[in-house]
Design a protein around this ligand. Structure first.
Ligand SMILES: [Zn+2]
Length: 288
Protein backbone atom coordinates (compact mmCIF):
# COMPACT_ATOMS: atom_id res chain seq x y z
CA UNK A 1 0.00 0.00 0.00
CA UNK A 2 2.77 2.45 1.05
CA UNK A 3 4.74 1.43 -2.02
CA UNK A 4 1.76 2.39 -4.20
CA UNK A 5 1.43 5.79 -2.50
CA UNK A 6 5.16 6.50 -3.02
CA UNK A 7 4.93 5.44 -6.66
CA UNK A 8 1.89 7.66 -7.25
CA UNK A 9 3.60 10.61 -5.57
CA UNK A 10 6.68 10.23 -7.76
CA UNK A 11 4.46 10.20 -10.84
CA UNK A 12 2.66 13.35 -9.67
CA UNK A 13 5.96 15.17 -9.02
CA UNK A 14 7.33 14.13 -12.41
CA UNK A 15 4.20 15.39 -14.10
CA UNK A 16 4.36 18.66 -12.17
CA UNK A 17 8.02 19.15 -13.18
CA UNK A 18 7.11 18.37 -16.78
CA UNK A 19 4.66 21.30 -16.76
CA UNK A 20 7.34 23.71 -15.50
CA UNK A 21 9.85 22.31 -18.00
CA UNK A 22 7.25 23.03 -20.66
CA UNK A 23 7.30 26.67 -19.66
CA UNK A 24 11.07 26.82 -20.16
CA UNK A 25 10.68 25.33 -23.63
CA UNK A 26 7.91 27.81 -24.38
CA UNK A 27 10.11 30.77 -23.39
CA UNK A 28 13.05 29.46 -25.41
CA UNK A 29 10.85 28.97 -28.50
CA UNK A 30 9.32 32.45 -28.26
CA UNK A 31 12.71 34.12 -27.76
CA UNK A 32 14.17 32.26 -30.71
CA UNK A 33 11.38 33.74 -32.85
CA UNK A 34 11.60 37.24 -31.36
CA UNK A 35 14.25 38.14 -28.74
CA UNK A 36 12.04 41.05 -27.55
CA UNK A 37 8.81 39.06 -27.38
CA UNK A 38 8.32 39.24 -23.60
CA UNK A 39 9.69 42.79 -23.34
CA UNK A 40 7.03 43.87 -25.82
CA UNK A 41 4.37 41.85 -24.02
CA UNK A 42 5.22 43.52 -20.71
CA UNK A 43 4.40 46.97 -22.10
CA UNK A 44 0.67 46.39 -21.89
CA UNK A 45 -2.34 44.75 -23.42
CA UNK A 46 -4.95 45.85 -25.93
CA UNK A 47 -7.07 42.75 -26.55
CA UNK A 48 -9.90 43.01 -29.05
CA UNK A 49 -12.05 40.29 -27.53
CA UNK A 50 -13.48 39.32 -24.21
CA UNK A 51 -14.14 35.59 -24.14
CA UNK A 52 -16.26 33.93 -21.49
CA UNK A 53 -15.61 30.22 -21.69
CA UNK A 54 -15.90 27.00 -19.76
CA UNK A 55 -13.10 26.03 -17.37
CA UNK A 56 -12.93 22.65 -19.11
CA UNK A 57 -9.26 21.86 -19.81
CA UNK A 58 -10.14 20.78 -23.35
CA UNK A 59 -11.35 24.23 -24.37
CA UNK A 60 -8.37 26.64 -24.10
CA UNK A 61 -9.35 29.78 -26.07
CA UNK A 62 -5.90 30.88 -27.28
CA UNK A 63 -4.90 27.46 -28.58
CA UNK A 64 -8.23 26.93 -30.32
CA UNK A 65 -8.10 30.26 -32.12
CA UNK A 66 -4.35 30.39 -32.71
CA UNK A 67 -4.17 33.69 -30.91
CA UNK A 68 -1.28 34.96 -28.83
CA UNK A 69 -1.12 36.24 -25.28
CA UNK A 70 -2.48 39.79 -25.27
CA UNK A 71 -5.15 39.15 -27.91
CA UNK A 72 -8.06 37.80 -25.86
CA UNK A 73 -9.21 38.91 -22.43
CA UNK A 74 -10.51 35.71 -20.86
CA UNK A 75 -12.89 34.71 -18.11
CA UNK A 76 -13.66 31.04 -17.51
CA UNK A 77 -16.02 29.28 -15.19
CA UNK A 78 -17.94 26.02 -15.11
CA UNK A 79 -20.22 25.89 -18.16
CA UNK A 80 -19.49 29.47 -19.29
CA UNK A 81 -22.26 31.05 -17.24
CA UNK A 82 -23.10 34.74 -17.08
CA UNK A 83 -24.77 35.10 -13.71
CA UNK A 84 -25.99 38.66 -13.05
CA UNK A 85 -24.69 38.74 -9.47
CA UNK A 86 -21.28 37.23 -10.23
CA UNK A 87 -18.94 39.94 -8.90
CA UNK A 88 -15.90 38.36 -10.53
CA UNK A 89 -17.42 38.22 -14.01
CA UNK A 90 -18.99 41.68 -13.73
CA UNK A 91 -15.59 43.17 -12.87
CA UNK A 92 -14.14 41.44 -15.92
CA UNK A 93 -16.93 42.77 -18.16
CA UNK A 94 -16.63 46.28 -16.76
CA UNK A 95 -12.85 46.36 -17.16
CA UNK A 96 -13.09 44.92 -20.67
CA UNK A 97 -15.79 47.33 -21.85
CA UNK A 98 -14.93 50.54 -20.00
CA UNK A 99 -11.14 50.36 -19.72
CA UNK A 100 -9.92 48.07 -22.50
CA UNK A 101 -12.66 49.37 -24.83
CA UNK A 102 -13.42 45.92 -26.16
CA UNK A 103 -16.23 45.82 -28.71
CA UNK A 104 -16.60 42.06 -29.08
CA UNK A 105 -17.71 39.74 -26.30
CA UNK A 106 -17.79 36.02 -27.01
CA UNK A 107 -19.56 33.37 -24.97
CA UNK A 108 -17.96 30.05 -25.88
CA UNK A 109 -19.61 26.82 -24.80
CA UNK A 110 -18.48 23.38 -25.90
CA UNK A 111 -19.79 19.92 -26.62
CA UNK A 112 -19.37 17.12 -24.04
CA UNK A 113 -19.57 19.74 -21.27
CA UNK A 114 -19.47 18.07 -17.86
CA UNK A 115 -21.32 20.98 -16.24
CA UNK A 116 -24.14 20.82 -18.76
CA UNK A 117 -24.30 17.03 -18.45
CA UNK A 118 -24.49 17.25 -14.65
CA UNK A 119 -27.23 19.88 -14.84
CA UNK A 120 -29.37 17.46 -16.86
CA UNK A 121 -29.46 14.87 -14.12
CA UNK A 122 -31.14 14.71 -10.71
CA UNK A 123 -27.90 13.69 -9.03
CA UNK A 124 -26.48 16.17 -6.55
CA UNK A 125 -22.88 17.22 -7.18
CA UNK A 126 -22.56 19.23 -3.98
CA UNK A 127 -24.12 22.34 -2.46
CA UNK A 128 -22.31 25.13 -4.28
CA UNK A 129 -22.07 23.21 -7.53
CA UNK A 130 -25.79 22.39 -7.43
CA UNK A 131 -26.48 26.07 -6.90
CA UNK A 132 -24.26 27.02 -9.83
CA UNK A 133 -25.77 24.41 -12.14
CA UNK A 134 -29.28 25.64 -11.34
CA UNK A 135 -28.64 28.33 -13.93
CA UNK A 136 -28.36 25.64 -16.61
CA UNK A 137 -31.38 23.81 -15.24
CA UNK A 138 -33.36 27.01 -15.89
CA UNK A 139 -32.35 26.81 -19.54
CA UNK A 140 -33.26 23.12 -19.61
CA UNK A 141 -36.65 23.86 -18.05
CA UNK A 142 -37.39 26.44 -20.73
CA UNK A 143 -36.48 24.13 -23.62
CA UNK A 144 -37.15 20.67 -22.14
CA UNK A 145 -39.36 19.53 -25.05
CA UNK A 146 -36.73 20.35 -27.67
CA UNK A 147 -33.89 18.78 -25.68
CA UNK A 148 -35.83 15.60 -24.93
CA UNK A 149 -36.78 15.25 -28.61
CA UNK A 150 -33.23 13.98 -29.24
CA UNK A 151 -32.72 10.25 -28.75
CA UNK A 152 -28.96 10.18 -28.27
CA UNK A 153 -27.79 11.34 -24.83
CA UNK A 154 -24.83 13.30 -26.25
CA UNK A 155 -27.15 15.09 -28.67
CA UNK A 156 -29.29 16.14 -25.72
CA UNK A 157 -26.23 17.48 -23.88
CA UNK A 158 -24.94 19.31 -26.94
CA UNK A 159 -28.38 20.79 -27.61
CA UNK A 160 -28.48 22.15 -24.06
CA UNK A 161 -24.89 23.42 -24.42
CA UNK A 162 -25.97 25.41 -27.45
CA UNK A 163 -29.11 26.74 -25.77
CA UNK A 164 -27.02 27.60 -22.73
CA UNK A 165 -24.68 29.75 -24.85
CA UNK A 166 -27.69 31.59 -26.28
CA UNK A 167 -29.08 32.16 -22.78
CA UNK A 168 -25.74 33.55 -21.57
CA UNK A 169 -25.47 35.84 -24.60
CA UNK A 170 -28.87 37.23 -23.61
CA UNK A 171 -27.66 37.67 -20.04
CA UNK A 172 -24.86 39.85 -21.39
CA UNK A 173 -27.38 41.88 -23.37
CA UNK A 174 -29.21 42.50 -20.10
CA UNK A 175 -26.03 43.41 -18.23
CA UNK A 176 -26.12 47.06 -17.06
CA UNK A 177 -22.48 47.62 -18.05
CA UNK A 178 -23.21 46.55 -21.62
CA UNK A 179 -26.52 48.44 -21.64
CA UNK A 180 -24.70 51.59 -20.57
CA UNK A 181 -22.04 51.10 -23.24
CA UNK A 182 -24.77 50.81 -25.89
CA UNK A 183 -26.46 53.97 -24.66
CA UNK A 184 -23.13 55.80 -24.94
CA UNK A 185 -22.87 54.64 -28.53
CA UNK A 186 -20.21 52.01 -27.89
CA UNK A 187 -21.07 49.23 -30.36
CA UNK A 188 -20.41 46.22 -28.12
CA UNK A 189 -21.30 43.04 -30.01
CA UNK A 190 -22.00 39.76 -28.29
CA UNK A 191 -21.25 36.48 -30.07
CA UNK A 192 -22.14 32.90 -29.24
CA UNK A 193 -19.74 30.06 -30.09
CA UNK A 194 -19.91 26.32 -29.62
CA UNK A 195 -16.55 24.56 -29.65
CA UNK A 196 -16.97 21.00 -30.89
CA UNK A 197 -14.44 18.99 -28.91
CA UNK A 198 -14.84 15.97 -31.23
CA UNK A 199 -13.78 17.91 -34.36
CA UNK A 200 -11.83 20.87 -33.00
CA UNK A 201 -13.97 23.35 -34.92
CA UNK A 202 -15.73 26.36 -33.45
CA UNK A 203 -19.31 26.79 -34.62
CA UNK A 204 -20.58 30.35 -34.66
CA UNK A 205 -24.17 30.38 -33.44
CA UNK A 206 -26.53 32.65 -35.30
CA UNK A 207 -27.74 35.09 -32.72
CA UNK A 208 -29.07 38.47 -33.83
CA UNK A 209 -26.44 41.11 -33.26
CA UNK A 210 -27.34 44.04 -31.13
CA UNK A 211 -31.08 43.55 -31.57
CA UNK A 212 -32.19 41.92 -28.35
CA UNK A 213 -35.80 41.67 -29.43
CA UNK A 214 -36.40 38.66 -27.23
CA UNK A 215 -35.37 40.77 -24.30
CA UNK A 216 -38.12 42.32 -22.21
CA UNK A 217 -37.97 46.13 -22.46
CA UNK A 218 -37.48 46.55 -18.69
CA UNK A 219 -33.89 45.38 -19.15
CA UNK A 220 -33.14 48.29 -21.47
CA UNK A 221 -31.96 50.66 -18.75
CA UNK A 222 -31.79 54.40 -19.24
CA UNK A 223 -28.63 55.88 -17.74
CA UNK A 224 -27.81 59.45 -16.93
CA UNK A 225 -24.53 59.76 -18.79
CA UNK A 226 -21.55 61.78 -17.50
CA UNK A 227 -22.18 64.66 -19.90
CA UNK A 228 -25.77 64.97 -18.64
CA UNK A 229 -24.60 64.70 -15.02
CA UNK A 230 -22.13 67.53 -15.65
CA UNK A 231 -24.91 69.63 -17.14
CA UNK A 232 -27.31 68.99 -14.25
CA UNK A 233 -24.45 69.73 -11.83
CA UNK A 234 -24.20 73.19 -13.35
CA UNK A 235 -27.88 73.89 -13.58
CA UNK A 236 -29.52 72.62 -10.43
CA UNK A 237 -27.71 73.45 -7.15
CA UNK A 238 -27.97 76.77 -5.37
CA UNK A 239 -25.78 79.46 -6.92
CA UNK A 240 -25.69 77.60 -10.22
CA UNK A 241 -26.43 79.35 -13.53
CA UNK A 242 -30.00 78.03 -13.56
CA UNK A 243 -30.55 79.28 -10.04
CA UNK A 244 -29.09 82.67 -10.97
CA UNK A 245 -31.39 82.79 -13.97
CA UNK A 246 -34.33 82.13 -11.69
CA UNK A 247 -33.22 84.99 -9.42
CA UNK A 248 -32.86 87.31 -12.40
CA UNK A 249 -36.31 86.28 -13.59
CA UNK A 250 -37.89 87.01 -10.21
CA UNK A 251 -36.14 90.40 -10.00
CA UNK A 252 -37.32 91.34 -13.45
CA UNK A 253 -40.84 90.22 -12.63
CA UNK A 254 -40.83 92.36 -9.51
CA UNK A 255 -39.51 95.38 -11.44
CA UNK A 256 -42.13 94.88 -14.14
CA UNK A 257 -44.98 94.81 -11.63
CA UNK A 258 -43.62 97.97 -9.99
CA UNK A 259 -43.33 99.64 -13.37
CA UNK A 260 -46.92 98.73 -14.36
CA UNK A 261 -48.29 99.85 -11.02
CA UNK A 262 -46.52 103.18 -11.43
CA UNK A 263 -48.04 103.65 -14.88
CA UNK A 264 -51.46 102.77 -13.50
CA UNK A 265 -51.09 105.28 -10.66
CA UNK A 266 -50.29 107.98 -13.19
CA UNK A 267 -53.34 106.95 -15.25
CA UNK A 268 -51.22 106.34 -18.30
CA UNK A 269 -51.90 102.67 -18.75
CA UNK A 270 -54.89 100.69 -19.91
CA UNK A 271 -55.39 96.92 -20.24
CA UNK A 272 -53.85 96.75 -23.77
CA UNK A 273 -50.69 98.50 -22.66
CA UNK A 274 -50.45 96.17 -19.66
CA UNK A 275 -50.71 93.12 -21.93
CA UNK A 276 -48.07 94.60 -24.27
CA UNK A 277 -45.68 95.28 -21.39
CA UNK A 278 -46.06 91.74 -20.09
CA UNK A 279 -45.55 90.32 -23.63
CA UNK A 280 -42.32 92.32 -23.94
CA UNK A 281 -41.17 91.05 -20.58
CA UNK A 282 -41.79 87.44 -21.57
CA UNK A 283 -39.90 88.01 -24.84
CA UNK A 284 -36.94 89.55 -23.01
CA UNK A 285 -36.87 86.63 -20.54
CA UNK A 286 -36.46 83.93 -23.18
CA UNK A 287 -32.68 84.04 -23.07
CA UNK A 288 -32.51 83.35 -19.35
ZN1 LIG B 1 -17.74 22.66 -19.92
Amino acid sequence: MNQQIVSNSIQEINHYNRVLEGNKRYVAKKLSEDPNYFKTLSKGQSPKYLLIGCSDSRAPPNELTETDPGEIFIHRNIANLVIPTDLNLNCVIQYAVEHLHIHNIVVMGHTCCGGVKAAMTQDSVGGLLDLWLNQIKLVYEKHADLIESFVDENDKINCLSQLNVRAQVMNIWKNPIVQKAWQKGNPVMVHGWLFRVETGYIEELLIDQHTPEEMCKVYALKFKLESEKQLSKHVSPAGSPKNNAKKRFLNMQRKLIEHINQLKENNIIDQDVETKEIGGFIESSKDL
